[in-house]
Design a protein around this ligand. Structure first.
Ligand SMILES: [Zn+2]
Length: 232
């Protein structure tokens, strides 16, 4: 009787132990994220190449390079850098076609609304609009970063990018400026417009087209974005 009882007790203990092991194994196999770490957040960046289609933007006097083409080159370079850092990249335009509807009477309005639609759909963590500057005096030079008035995170992002560019790119302006641009005003996300340099300055017109400069510029622009997120 006593022996039978002991055997039954032993069996019960073994069964309970086996059940416990099975439950632990199941939890470990099916809920590994909860047990180990929270998944890494993926940041989404919208890169907006300014102009396009019939709107070529500024034109370089020496080489006749159009701003719309150069904006696209910088956009694609920045896209590559961002993707190497694991960012999800959404572009407003990927070719030389304009974003406006062919039937639109007000093409500028139609184009800006399309950019807004893409930005809103992407629900981005950051928006970067890429442009090239132009000024009547050929002496004007250097990159300039703009943000929308009242967008505090946008200002922080602008300051971070300005700082990174100023440290590493010749003539880049350290102080960010408020800019009244549709692409900045249409979103609550931290958004900046970067004028990469002046096509009206003959030296900068040539420099902006150099592959190595383009890579360096986009890399340091992106470093500014990274440091913005590290202080967030
Ligand atoms: Zn422009």
């Amino acid at each position: 009787m006593k022996t039978t009882f002991l055997i039954v007790k032993k069996k019960t203990i073994i069964t309970v132990l086996l059940c416990a092991i099975a439950i632990c194994t199941f939890c470990g196999a099916y809920f590994p994220i909860k047990a180990s770490a929270t998944p890494k957040a993926v940041h989404t960046i919208v890169i907006d190449a300014g102009h396009g289609g019939k709107d070529g933007g500024a034109v370089g006097k020496k080489t006749q390079v159009t701003e719309s083409w150069l904006n696209l080159q910088y956009t694609m370079t920045l896209k590559n850098v961002a993707e190497q850092f694991g960012y999800r990249v959404v572009l407003t335009r990927e070719d030389m076609n304009g974003l406006y509807s062919p039937l639109a009477t007000n093409k500028k309005r139609s184009e800006m609304e399309k950019r807004e639609k893409i930005i809103k759909k992407a629900n981005p963590d950051v928006v970067v609009s890429v442009h090239m500057n132009s000024f009547p005096s050929s002496a004007a030079h250097g990159s300039q970063v703009y943000y929308a008035s009242g967008n505090q995170a946008g200002q922080m992002l602008a300051d971070s990018v300005s700082g990174s560019l100023h440290k590493n790119i010749k003539n880049a302006k350290l102080t960010s400026k408020v800019g009244d641009f549709y692409v900045l005003n249409c979103t609550q996300s931290p958004a900046i417009l970067v004028e990469c340099g002046f096509l009206s300055n003959p030296e900068e017109e040539m420099l902006l087209q150099e592959q190595e400069y383009m890579q360096k510029f986009c890399y340091h622009l992106f470093c500014g974005i990274l440091s913005f997120f590290s202080f967030e």
